[in-house]
Design a protein around this ligand. Structure first.
Ligand SMILES: Cc1cc2nc3c(=O)[nH]c(=O)nc-3n(C[C@H](O)[C@H](O)[C@H](O)COP(=O)(O)O)c2cc1C
Length: 320
């Protein structure tokens, strides 16, 4: 998620779930081909399984970027056909490509020919005054024909004019039934539902009708929820017994990274929502916020963790 997630965030999320597939934020083909590639594509091998999301529409550039992504070790290449920002529209990619399924199909085919890892697409149910029944169907046919390994559908329209990207994640209504119908009509296509999934329990309910679920804001804003992914969805033990334990396990990574340059806040900003409805959650956030204005090291995180209980509010009735 652009502006929000980065490699530090992904490393931390991986401490919360071994099994969830993690995605990079969208990187444009121009940035991958002409930018500081080593920095943009950097990740820690502990982040696997990890997908690289590309923004672009020119099949040759997409194929080149897919090859670069596969060569540096990403596990999947995903094409963004969901972002409605003006900048992205000016570049003729993102959500406006919902109106150009043949071009997206050519891009997918070019990437498939270039790499042996899965190539997937993330889209909306439609844009503007498109009819979601027809538009999503045509789109899915094009990418299935081109060999896409999965289609992730953000279950709402995007309005390309008049709504900001933020409004485009909130205002158009969610239509999960449309995504369920897509799956029913394309039994061989892996269909992943996205949009408004607020908990792992909700994700589990959707899994009765689709092949996968992608969580965005809930995963970022309340990362503690990810501890439930492995037990609830994969039948495995959680990686750590509590968010507190997972955060403590983040400390060696933080020490390593601080020695190489970034300030503590750049890493710990992803932990602000780690505790919700437990005693001390607010004190934890407040203490952690101190990282923004100091040159503190990981001891600041450990001190913040000492202020918070691992027990939920029902167990200890103290204001958080
Ligand atoms: C700050 C922010 C940045 C985002 N950046 C991306 C992005 O780079 N690529 C993408 O496919 N979706 C991006 N999204 C959209 C989310 O991936 C997701 O589709 C959307 O928020 C709906 O899912 P949710 O309700 O689970 O958050 C972004 C969302 C937010 C809030």
């Amino acid at each position: 998620m652009m502006e929000w997630t980065d490699r530090h965030c992904r490393f931390f999320h991986r401490l919360l779930t071994r099994r969830a597939l993690l995605y990079s934020e969208m990187l444009t083909t121009g940035a991958v081909l002409n930018g500081d590639r080593a920095r943009l594509l950097r990740f820690d091998r502990d982040e696997h399984p990890l997908a690289l999301q590309l923004g672009g529409s020119e099949p040759r550039a997409l194929a080149d970027c897919a090859r670069i992504g596969a060569d540096v070790g990403f596990d999947e290449i995903n094409l963004n056909v969901g972002c409605p920002s003006d900048r992205v529209q000016d570049g003729r990619f993102g959500a406006c490509l919902m109106a150009e399924p043949a071009l997206v199909g050519d891009g997918v085919a070019a990437m498939k020919a270039a790499v042996s890892i899965p190539v997937t697409v993330k889209c909306r149910i439609a844009v503007d005054d498109q009819d979601p029944e027809a538009a999503l169907e045509l789109f899915a046919q094009a990418i299935e024909r081109a060999g896409a390994d999965a289609l992730i559908v953000h279950a709402r329209k995007a309005w390309l004019k008049g709504l900001s990207p933020k409004e485009n994640r909130e205002v158009p209504p969610l239509d999960y039934e449309r995504v369920y119908r897509l799956k029913a009509a394309h039994p061989r296509l892996t269909v992943v539902l996205n949009g408004g999934v607020g908990s792992v329990e909700d994700a589990r309910a959707h899994l009765a009708r689709v092949d996968g679920v992608m969580m965005g804001r809930a995963a970022y804003q309340e990362p503690w929820r990810l501890l439930a992914v492995d037990p609830a969805l994969f039948g495995e033990d959680a990686r750590f017994a509590s968010p507190n334990d997972a955060a403590a396990a983040f400390v060696p990574y933080i020490e390593r990274e601080l020695a190489a340059g970034p300030r503590l806040h750049a890493i710990t900003r992803h932990l602000h929502g780690l505790f919700r409805a437990v005693p001390g959650a607010r004190a934890f956030r407040r203490h952690l916020a101190g990282a923004a204005t100091s040159n503190a090291g990981p001891e600041l995180l450990l001190a913040a963790l000492s202020l918070v209980s691992d027990r939920p509010r029902e167990a200890v009735d103290v204001a958080a």
